[in-house]
Write a protein that binds this ligand. Structure first.
Ligand code: ADP
Ligand code: MG
Length: 699
C-alpha cells in the first residue's frame, strides 16, 4: 500500500503521541511523516572512529572522544560566565565549555559515568576546548562499524523532552520501515534519466542512513537538484502565467523627449554598457510584453541616466513615469538631478515623499491625476492608494534590495495594465542568488564605469595609527577635497549609537579645528538632515561625520576620502556601498578601513577582499561564500527567500544551473503547463508552493 505521507500526522508514530508531536511542530516545523523524511541530517559522523585527546588540535572538524568528566568549574562573570568540564580519556585533558544551560548540564552529567563526546574543537587562550558538545552515555552509543551516523538539529526544548538527534534517527527509521514499497518518485523518468539521478526512494534512505560515502554524495545531489528544480520551475511557470495574464503597454515610438534629451541635454557620451542596456529596455517595452527587468550596475556606473532615458520612452508614448527610491535623501537627490537634466526640454517633474504635505501634496496628486506631471520622483509614499496616475506606463525602483516583491506588485495596480518595471541595484547579487531571488526578472548588467574614473585605493589601518590617518586626511583637505567619516550602527539601541557618533564627531572636530564639520544620522529630522547634507554638497563643510544613512546614492564628486571607523562591524556589501561614495570625480580617491588590532579570521578575510578588489560582483561572491545566503542583506526583506533545506546557493551553483536548464526545457516544451506527461511535476509544484509564497496574491 502506498499512502500520502504528507497526510499522516506525526503523532501516529510509535513513541511520539500528541504532546511530543506538538513540540516537534513548534520547534522544528515537523507535522507529518513526509516532513520527517525531509528533515535532513545537518552532518554525518563517522562513529566508528574515536580520537585520542592528545591528538586533537583546534583546526579539526567535528570529532568524537570517549572518557570521563574529572570536575566541573564555573569561570568568568556576566555574559562571559561559563561552565567548564575537565574531561579526560587517559591520554590528556580537554575542556568542555557551556555558556548556557549551566545548571542543566551539571545536573545531567556525572563524573562517575563514561561518555562519548562529540563536537568541534577550537582554540581559546592557547587551550583547546569543545564548546556545547553533544554527550551520550558510552554504553548507549554503538561504535561498532556503523559507518556514517546522521546528526539532526534539535533544540534545547526538544532535548528536554528526550527528542535528541538519536531519537529523531529512530523516528525516521520507523517511518521508512512503515512505507511499503518505494517512496513515490517526484521527478519524471526523463529528468531522472537525463541527470543520472538516484530514484527518490534510494535518495531519501541514503540521506538518512548512507550505505557508503559515495551513496551519500549521490543522495545529496539528487535532493539538491530536486529542491532547486522546483524553485526554478515555480518561478518560470509564474513568469509564463504573468506574461499570459498581462499585456504590456507598447511603446512604439522613440520621439521628441528622448531625441531632444539625447541631442540637447546629455552632458557626456553614454558608455557602451549604458547603450546596450537601453537597447535591451527598448526591445522589452516595444514587444507587447510587460517588462520586468533587473538592472545591476556597480556604484557610480550611471544607472540613473539609464532610468531617466527609459522614462522618456514612456513620455514619448503619452505615458507617465515614476522613480522610487528607498530614502528621502536619495529621492531628493534624484529629483534634483533629473529636474535639472530635463529642464531645457520642458518636462514636468514632481517630488513626493512623506514630508511633502498639505497644499504641495495636493498639487502633486492633482498633477498626477490630470496627467500634467510627467515624471514622479518619490519614496514609499508613492505606493499609497491615494496616489493615482492619469496613465502610468513605466516604474523604476532604485536600490531594489530595500524594497520587497509585494511593493513591486503594488505599483502594478496603478494602471489597468501593469506598467513596465525596471528595478535597479548597486548591490551586486551573485548569479546563483539572482537566479533564485529574481528568477522571474530579466537581467541587464552595466559592467563598465564612465571613462576617466580612477579606481578607489583601499587601505587597512589599525586604530592605533590614528595620527597617520589624520595626517593623510589633512593632506587631502588642504588640496580642497572633502572627507567622510562613517560610524557603524553598533547596537540596537539608538542612544548608544548616537553616543558613538557624537564621540567620533568631537574627536574629528578636535583633530581638524580649522575645518567645518557636519553630521548626519538616522534619528535626525528630515529637514535637519537635509540642511547638513546641503552644507556638505555646497562645500561649506569639508568633513562629514555620519552613520550609514549616507550609504545609498549620495553623490559629491569632490569627496575623495571615505574613512570607515570600526570597519570590522560592517558587512562586505555595506563596505562596498560606502566606498562607492568616493571616486566619483577624476582624482585619486581613498577608502580607509579602520579596525581594531584583534580581528577574527573571517573579518580579516573580509577586509582583505576590500583591499584587493573594487569589483562588486567579486565581492558579492565572496560575501556569499563567507556568510552564507541566509545572512545576505536584503534577502529577508526581498520576500522571495525560499527556504532551502539542503541546497546551498554559495556552493551549489552548478547544480542550480542544471536544475534551471531542466526546468526551462520543461516550461518551453509545455507552455500551458498542463501536458499529461508532466502532470506529476505540476502537482508537485502546487504542493510545494503551499509552503512558500502565494504567488497569485501578488499579481
Ligand atoms: P549609480 O549607478 O551608482 O546610480 P549614478 O547614476 O549616480 O550612478 O552616476 C554616477 C555619476 O556618473 C553621476 O555623476 C553621473 O552624472 C555620471 N555619469 C553617468 N553616466 C556617465 C557617462 N556615460 N559618462 C560620464 N559620466 C557619467
Ligand atoms: Mg544610484
Amino acid at each position: 500500500m502506498t499512502f500520502d505521507l504528507s497526510k499522516v500526522d506525526i503523532k501516529f508514530l510509535p513513541g511520539v503521541g500528541p504532546k511530543r508531536a506538538e513540540l516537534l511542530k513548534a520547534e522544528a516545523g515537523l507535522s507529518s511523516f513526509q516532513d520527517l523524511l525531509y528533515y535532513f541530517p545537518y552532518k554525518y559522523v563517522d562513529r566508528s572512529r574515536l580520537y585520542c585527546i592528545k591528538e586533537i588540535d583546534g583546526s579539526m572538524p567535528y570529532i568524537q572522544i570517549r572518557g570521563r568528566i574529572l570536575s566541573f568549574e564555573t569561570v568568568g562573570e556576566g555574559r562571559r560566565r561559563r561552565l567548564v568540564a575537565h574531561f579526560t580519556d587517559g591520554t590528556g585533558v580537554i575542556d568542555l565549555v557551556w555558556f548556557q544551560a549551566i545548571k542543566y548540564v551539571i545536573k545531567r552529567y556525572s563524573p562517575n559515568e563514561e561518555y562519548v563526546v562529540f563536537g568541534k574543537p577550537s582554540e581559546y587562550g592557547g587551550r583547546v576546548n569543545i564548546a556545547h558538545p553533544e554527550i551520550d552515555k558510552a554504553n548507549e552509543v554503538n561504535t561498532s562499524g556503523l559507518g556514517l551516523q546522521p546528526n539532526y538539529n534539535t533544540t534545547e526544548k526538544m532535548k528536554r523532552s528526550a527528542i535528541t538527534s538519536a531519537a529523531i534517527q529512530h523516528m525516521v527509521a520507523n517511518v521508512l520501515a512503515r512505507t511499503d514499497g518505494a517512496l513515490p518518485e517526484t521527478l519524471t523518468p526523463g529528468i531522472v534519466a537525463a541527470h543520472d539521478l538516484l530514484p527518490l526512494d534510494a535518495a531519501i534512505r541514503n540521506i538518512h542512513f548512507p550505505s557508503s560515502p559515495e551513496m551519500l554524495r549521490k543522495a545529496q545531489f539528487r535532493l539538491k537538484f530536486e529542491e532547486l528544480f522546483y524553485v526554478q520551475l515555480q518561478l518560470l511557470r509564474y513568469t509564463k502565467e504573468r506574461s499570459r495574464k498581462f499585456r504590456g503597454f507598447v511603446f512604439s515610438r522613440i520621439g521628441r523627449h528622448f531625441n531632444d534629451f539625447y541631442s540637447q541635454c546629455l552632458p557626456f557620451e553614454l558608455t557602451g554598457a549604458q547603450k546596450r542596456v537601453l537597447k535591451e529596455i527598448r526591445r522589452d517595452v516595444g514587444s507587447g510584453r510587460q517588462m520586468n527587468r533587473l538592472l545591476q550596475g556597480d556604484v557610480g556606473s550611471g544607472k540613473t541616466l539609464v532610468a531617466l532615458m527609459s522614462m522618456l520612452m514612456a513620455l514619448d508614448n503619452s505615458y507617465q513615469a515614476c522613480i522610487m527610491a528607498p530614502t528621502e535623501i536619495l529621492a531628493g537627490q534624484h529629483f534634483d538631478t533629473i529636474s535639472s537634466m530635463v529642464a531645457p526640454i520642458g518636462i514636468n517633474v514632481a517630488l513626493l515623499t512623506g514630508s511633502v504635505k498639505g497644499k504641495r501634496r495636493e498639487a502633486v496628486l492633482r498633477g498626477l491625476e490630470d496627467g500634467t506631471v510627467d515624471i514622479l520622483v518619490g519614496t514609499h509614499a508613492v505606493l499609497e492608494d491615494t496616489v493615482t496616475f492619469h496613465s502610468l506606463g513605466m516604474v523604476v525602483i532604485d536600490e531594489q534590495h530595500r524594497f520587497g516583491v509585494a511593493q513591486r506588485a503594488r505599483m502594478w495596480r496603478k494602471n489597468y495594465n501593469p506598467p513596465h518595471v525596471l528595478v535597479m541595484t548597486a548591490t551586486p547579487i551573485p548569479r546563483t542568488l539572482a537566479m533564485t531571488l529574481y528568477g522571474d526578472l530579466d537581467v541587464s548588467v552595466i559592467d563598465e564605469l564612465p571613462p576617466g574614473r580612477k579606481p578607489v585605493r583601499t587601505i587597512h589601518l589599525y586604530d592605533t595609527k590614528r595620527d597617520a590617518l589624520y595626517r593623510s586626511v589633512r593632506q587631502q583637505l588642504e588640496e580642497g577635497r572633502q572627507v567622510y567619516f562613517v560610524y557603524p550602527l553598533i547596537s540596537e539601541s539608538e542612544k548608544i549609537d548616537l553616543k558613538n557618533l557624537e564621540a567620533g564627531y568631537e574627536q574629528v572636530r578636535n583633530a581638524f579645528p580649522d575645518y567645518q564639520v557636519c553630521k548626519v544620522h538616522g534619528q535626525m529630522k528630515p529637514g535637519e538632515k537635509d540642511e547638513q547634507m546641503r552644507r556638505f554638497v555646497s562645500r561649506e563643510c569639508a568633513i562629514m561625520v555620519a552613520t550609514t544613512v549616507i550609504e545609498v546614492g549620495v553623490n559629491v564628486p569632490n569627496a575623495s576620502v571615505m574613512v570607515i571607523e570600526n570597519a570590522e562591524r560592517f558587512g562586505l556589501s555595506q563596505l562596498h556601498q560606502l566606498r562607492g561614495r568616493v571616486g566619483r570625480g577624476a582624482d585619486q580617491s581613498f577608502c580607509i578601513l579602520v579596525t581594531k588590532f584583534n580581528l577574527s579570521e573571517d573579518t580579516r578575510r573580509r577586509i582583505q577582499i576590500m583591499v584587493d578588489t573594487n569589483d562588486g560582483f567579486e565581492i558579492a561572491e565572496a560575501d556569499l561564500a563567507i556568510r552564507g545566503p541566509g545572512d545576505l542583506e536584503g534577502l529577508r526583506q526581498s520576500g522571495m527567500a525560499f527556504d532551502l533545506k539542503i541546497a546551498n546557493l554559495a556552493r551549489d551553483g552548478q547544480i542550480l544551473q542544471l536544475a534551471r536548464d531542466a526546468a526551462r526545457s520543461v516550461v518551453d516544451g509545455d507552455p500551458d503547463c498542463n501536458a499529461p506527461a508532466n502532470a506529476l511535476l505540476w502537482r508537485e509544484v502546487e504542493r510545494r508552493r503551499r509552503d512558500t509564497l502565494d504567488w497569485s496574491s501578488i499579481s
